[in-house]
Ligand binder design. Structure first.
Ligand SMILES: CC(C)(COP(=O)(O)OP(=O)(O)OC[C@H]1O[C@@H](n2cnc3c(N)ncnc32)[C@H](O)[C@@H]1OP(=O)(O)O)[C@@H](O)C(=O)NCCC(=O)NCCS
Length: 170
């Protein structure tokens, strides 16, 4: 399979925050943002693999900024690393200032998707070649995050998490 770049899977979804998507103090529900990020990540994973993809885990979400009612929210998703059947998707969330149009980073998240066949069995995905410095940084750290996610899910023994251990033994 020929390699792809993060640009190939880049998925951008822009939408408003409506009243039914907010909490009692007028800010966007976390669950609404999670759903928008899951959709964008799913499209990015599909663009990279050209297969059916399922969410395997949500590895990290940081709700750093409140997102007020009426905000224009942009979710950007890109594959940050591909393994055998799984793909790490990095999401950056931006909000747009109404008057200046300037975008500021509101949140970020990291999801793992797995490509599967019609029977739900994992299938191979193309490798990923990072291009920019940021893409290379995210690519390098992805194996560590995969190991942490597998350890927390009880699917990997901590003693086998070599990349994670290296972080503490430096
Ligand atoms: C995701 C799923 C296909 C993985 O199946 P599995 O039996 O664990 O398969 P495997 O052990 O072969 O793992 C497949 C890949 O997923 C990765 N994976 C599985 N669980 C993971 C986790 N918690 N975190 C990170 N990666 C994970 C494995 O590392 C492996 O990656 P690789 O092939 O790139 O090395 C299966 O658990 C599933 O179908 N889950 C339900 C998905 C779903 O319905 N999502 C929507 C929720 S509403």
């Amino acid at each position: 399979m020929s390699p792809k770049t993060p640009k190939d899977s880049c998925t951008i979804i822009t939408d408003l925050v409506l009243p039914s998507e907010t909490n009692p103090i007028g800010n966007m529900f976390g669950g609404e943002l999670l759903a928008r990020m899951d959709r964008a990540a799913s499209i990015a994973a599909r663009r990279h693999s050209r297969r059916i993809v399922v969410t395997a885990s949500v590895n990290h979400v940081a709700f750093n900024k409140m997102i007020p009612l009426g905000s224009v929210v942009t979710v950007e998703a890109r594959v940050s690393r591909a393994f055998t059947s799984s793909m790490e998707i990095f999401l950056d969330v931006w909000i747009e200032d109404r008057e200046s149009g300037l975008k500021s980073k509101a949140n970020e998240a990291i999801y793992t998707f797995v490509a599967v066949d019609e029977m739900g069995q994992p299938v191979k995905v193309p490798p990923l070649t990072p291009e920019t410095d940021l893409e290379k940084e995210r690519y390098e750290a992805a194996l560590r995050r995969k190991q942490l996610s597998l350890v927390l899910a009880g699917k990997m023994k901590p003693e086998n998490a070599t990349e994670l251990k290296a972080l503490f033994l430096r």
